[in-house]
Write a protein that binds this ligand. Structure first.
Ligand code: TXA
Ligand code: MG
Length: 348
């Protein structure tokens, strides 16, 4: 199948184009679309056959559940059997936006979308293109990130096409995503809500609204030892093996300069995923992909996945990456970086 590539304005998209894409969704097809976090790979979330096509296109394990995207907050009541007060408070504060809530599901939600779980993940995105598309489709849209399973999420239509060309009917292109890491996933079926994945709504913002939040141990801090089943999937992995350097910023930069030099001298092709300041310190032989200025966590989030994907086109033997401070959006960035590195971490 040929994948149609439609460029749309992020603020005032041509509704005739979105209506064509919505028709593809209603007919059981796959449409990749921009959100404020990353590009999603959408299908009619109420149609088990359409949902099955998402898993096939991504090579995604069938037991990894999908997020259902809605265009209006009220639609959560069709999908969720109960909306506890703490979930309602989060939705009131952070919807539309980069927040996904996990709730007990209704029978309307097909098993295919939830991997057979009795819960459902629901998100109301802020992106105008995403919301208009969902509204025109008239159904909740199941959408994981639009990458091949295990790869970095796409933040541009070009990255979507690198993984999904000829596997999907349409990609809607509204340019790079603003936030750049996926939504925050909060399980609201536990007595105290549990953070399952850090994202655009920070832990600090959740605490502010809820007072109390559990943090899932499988989320993976720097001392985390991965074990099945929570960690059974590789995630966000670039084309070459990656090692993450974290700790004191000056010590990290010095260690990266030394290690890239040593590796290059031994004949290895070295890639570095780093801040602009650190890139300037590295030996000329190192290929660099800069995610932003040091300390600018918004830029690190927005630039991370493109930096990880940079080395698909410029192949290297090994990637060394510079960590960021673990506050605010930095928690999400470090969660993705540690997973991308398969927890190979150098503490500086
Ligand atoms: O920002 C985002 O969330 C993007 C855009 C497209 O909306 N979507 C996205 O989807 O990142 P995906 O499938 O790549 O990640 C969804 C995460 C997975 O970690 C999945 O395991 C978790 O949400 N999830 C989905 N349903 C769940 C459920 N019922 N219980 C627990 N976790 C769930
Ligand atoms: Mg994903």
């Amino acid at each position: 199948m040929d994948t149609k590539h439609f460029v749309v304005d992020r603020d005032k998209p041509d509704l005739r184009i979105l209506d064509q894409a919505a028709a593809v969704l209603r007919q059981g097809g796959l449409v990749a679309f921009p959100t404020e976090t990353v590009y999603g790979l959408g299908a009619n979330g109420l149609d088990p056959r359409a949902v099955a096509r998402i898993f096939a296109a991504k090579g995604r394990p069938a037991d990894n559940p999908l997020i259902l995207h809605i265009a209006d907050g009220h639609e959560v009541n069709k999908l969720a059997a109960r909306v506890p007060a703490n979930a309602a408070a989060l939705m009131a504060k952070y919807w539309p936006g980069p927040l996904t809530v996990v709730l007990a599901r209704t029978r309307l939600v097909p098993d295919a979308a939830t991997g057979g779980l009795d819960t459902v993940a629901v998100r109301l995105p802020a992106s105008t293109v995403a919301r208009e598309l969902i509204r025109l489709a008239g159904v909740p849209v199941a959408a994981p990130s639009a990458n091949t399973s295990g790869r970095p999420s796409p933040t541009t239509a070009q990255a979507v096409l690198a993984d999904m060309d000829r596997r999907i009917e349409v990609v809607l292109d509204a340019g790079p995503c603003g936030i750049g890491v996926e939504s925050t996933v909060v399980d609201c079926t536990t007595p105290v809500p549990t953070l399952l994945r850090p994202g655009g709504v920070t832990l600090e913002m959740l605490m502010d609204t809820l007072g109390e939040v559990e943090v899932d141990p499988a989320l993976g801090g720097d001392d985390f030892v991965p074990r099945a089943p929570g960690m059974k999937y590789t995630h966000y992995a670039p084309a070459a093996p990656m090692t993450l350097y974290e700790g004191d910023a000056a010590a990290v930069a010095a260690a990266l300069a030394g290690d890239t030099g040593r590796l290059a001298a031994s004949g290895r092709r070295v890639g570095a995923v780093v801040s602009a300041e650190t890139a300037a310190l590295l030996p000329r032989e190192a290929e660099t992909a800069v995610y932003g200025a040091r300390g600018d966590l918004d830029a690190a989030a927005a630039g991370l996945y493109s930096a990880l994907r940079h080395f698909d086109a410029a192949p290297v033997d090994i990637i060394l990456a510079e960590g960021v401070a673990e506050a605010g959006l930095g928690l999400a960035v470090m969660n993705r970086m540690r997973k991308a590195a398969g927890y190979k971490i150098v503490h500086c």
